[in-house]
Design a protein around this ligand. Sequence first.
Ligand code: KIV
Length: 254
Amino acid sequence: MLSDLSELPQRKASGTKVSVLTAGDYPTARLLDEAGIDLILVGDSLGMVIHGLPDTTGVTMEMMVLHTAAVCRGVKRAPVIADLPFASYRTPEEAVANSKRLMDCGAAAVKLEGGVAMLPQVKAIIAAGIPFVGHIGMLPQSVKEEGGYKKKGKTSEQIDLLIADARALDEAGAVAIVLESMVADVATEITRLVHASTIGIGAGVGTDGQVLVTHDLLGSFPWFRPSFAKARADLAAETLRAAREYIETVRSPA
Ligand code: KIV
């Protein structure tokens, strides 16, 4: 179990994979921490699975601050990574100011989406002494420009861009890089090339670790689950069962 981000390089060297799950609330964070998860991500996917938004572009800093604070109150050990939401890092100054707000909630690092194009922001965050996690590949905050969620790394041009992004973030000093929805061989190659720990989602098994949205793991958001996300519980069915049992008991008390 990790208790500090500084343990990541040793994990990479040893080949012991890093487990990461998302949380947006106190009980989930506390349970994941007690279960021994390595890292907890307050991902902006919470906009979809908690707030019911159609994508992550409607998530605000105010939402991320509230959720990050709730998660950090529940965690005793696991380092917490907090997402900078859409339009919260348009300039290096804005990126640093908003990263500080998330760190003040108790986060151990911040994450933003993008590679070479975001280097000024990334360098400013790291220069401010804030541990940084990158995120490349399919970028949910760019879903509108991209016209949907598209797997990356299918053409040699895309592969070159992904490798350039990963190298740029690595050289800037990212402690970890999320590789989302990309061809597995490309994710494995990036993992070999960079010092940072790679955390994959829909990117095969060759990364240094894996991240999953906890609602997908628990089956608590049954209306959509990506094909790569294996549900290991069915909380939607259990919620319906318990609620229906309660309704029956209230209507017909014994
Ligand atoms: O917001 C999120 O949950 C994420 C993961 C999908 C990596 O960024």
